[in-house]
Ligand binder design. Structure first.
Ligand code: PEP
Length: 254
């Protein structure tokens, strides 16, 4: 069973209109045929024109960085999953540690967001990961298991099979500190085992599990080479065309 290999670029709250367009153009101009699924996850303002710009480019998709948990209504300042779908989004990042930390998104809201995303035919890229003190206390697997159970494991099997998981240790995000290939493989193996326990081996073997946390051109290959790592969720390095392309070119795995 071949899992989808994915490189997703999370632009976070960076890039105004012109900067974002220039970045996307620079990347697209230099892209060869894509052997993995590449996803641009820009701020909302870029989604509409990027869906036109990327249309027809095989294996290049768009993702949002968040959606609201309700379908529509009086939620000033929010964006609904159906709206994202209507501008050509195929993916949505949910449960990013910055959303958990700064916007108090916990298990219950995230589970609702997962449901509304799937109901609108968006693929959630569901992030899990522990803080430094949890890693140091050695309880990181418990924490990640709890996040999986709280936000994802309510799904029926057929719906869970649509989800992508991203392991992003909080201590490695934007810090320049990367988890070692061994730490990453151990956690990805643990996540796949937890999925297998809940949904069976076949579904677990089909689920793409991405690593995120200071992935750069000089470490992407050794991180992606791990047998349970199916790609990356890239923050800082997604903002520089040459870095992002080098990371994309770390695929296919040898
Ligand atoms: C992220 O924000 O998802 C991320 C992994 O950021 P960075 O690559 O900058 O650590």
């Amino acid at each position: 069973m071949v899992r989808k290999q994915i490189v997703a670029g999370n632009w976070k709250m960076n890039m105004d209109f012109d900067e974002g367009r220039d970045l996307a153009f620079s990347i697209i101009r230099k892209l060869g045929p894509l052997h993995s699924q590449v996803i641009f996850c820009p701020p909302f303002i870029h989604l509409n024109y990027l869906s036109v710009l990327t249309k027809g480019i095989a294996n290049l998709s768009l993702g949002a960085q968040n959606c609201h948990q309700q379908n529509n209504g009086a939620y000033t300042g929010e964006v609904a999953a159906s709206m994202l779908k209507s501008v050509g989004c195929e993916y949505v990042i949910l449960g990013h540690s910055e959303r958990r930390e700064y916007f108090a998104e916990g298990d219950e809201i995230l589970a609702q967001k997962v449901d509304v995303a799937i109901a609108n035919d968006l693929i959630p890229i569901f992030c899990v990961g522990e803080k430094l003190e949890i890693r140091e206390a050695g309880t990181h697997e418990n924490t990640v298991e709890k996040q999986l159970k709280g936000g994802l494991f309510h799904l029926e099997k057929d719906l869970f099979s649509k989800v992508v998981v991203a392991y992003e240790p909080v201590w490695a995000i934007g810090t320049g500190k990367t988890a070692s290939p061994q730490q990453v493989q151990e956690m990805h193996y643990f996540i796949r085992k937890a999925i297998a326990n809940k949904y069976g081996k076949k579904i677990a073997d089909m689920t793409s599990i991405l690593y995120g946390g200071s992935v750069k051109p000089n470490n992407a290959k050794e991180l992606f080479e791990n047998s349970d790592v199916d790609g990356g969720l890239i923050g800082g390095a997604a903002l520089k065309a040459s870095d992002f392309i080098d990371i994309i070119n770390s695929f296919p795995k040898d």
